[in-house]
Unconditional design. Sequence first.
Length: 207
Amino acid sequence: MERARAAKHQKVEGAAGVHGNFGWPRGWQSINAGRMSYDYDKLYGETAHALGEPTAVFVDFFDRFETQGARVLDVGCGQGRDALFIARRGHRVVGVDLSPNGIRDLRTAADEEGLAVQGIVADLTSYRPDGDFDVVLIDRTLHMLPRAARLALLKVLLDHVAEGGWLLIADERSNIPDFRDVISAHPRDWRSDLSKGGYHFVQMIRQ
Ligand SMILES: C[S@@+](CC[C@H](N)C(=O)[O-])C[C@H]1O[C@@H](n2cnc3c(N)ncnc32)[C@H](O)[C@@H]1O
């Protein structure tokens, strides 16, 4: 059953055009249909690797990313499908999620492989990152929050991107214009690397 669910998600990620149309992969629409009440902690408690393989656009980004031993913040990391592949590349990852089961799975996997991963159980509406990060990654988590809270969180996160660092967002396509506005209003200058469908990647311009 677990393997079947994981395989379904892998198929969805692979087949639904993450590379092709940069839209919202089809499987995510059903899993997020009742998203405000969706119990990810229960899902993670029942299913290993519930969300399947790492998100392909993030894998592509880290294929191109030349910084060694970067500090990476995975915001709403779940069981750590992204955090773990990033740590395997030698980066130091902090993963934050509301779900104790998700963070437990992240820590267990990281410990087994001796990866530099810190897992934090926290509510993102009140969480304040400790220090700055070369990459802040938010994979389909912002849409889980009410609009005001998601924009407030984005503002906080922008302040924790290190000089020349990156903010990588995957979210509902309809939320991206709001995110652009928040980034434009931020006191630092940002350049867009990828902005297509539900993906918005920006880099802080060095002063
Ligand atoms: C669609 S899942 C994405 C998980 C992970 N980023 C991934 O792609 O595998 C959304 C995640 O947001 C987390 N989440 C939702 N609301 C949260 C909150 N207020 N604080 C922290 N995490 C939250 C959920 O527990 C869940 O793991």
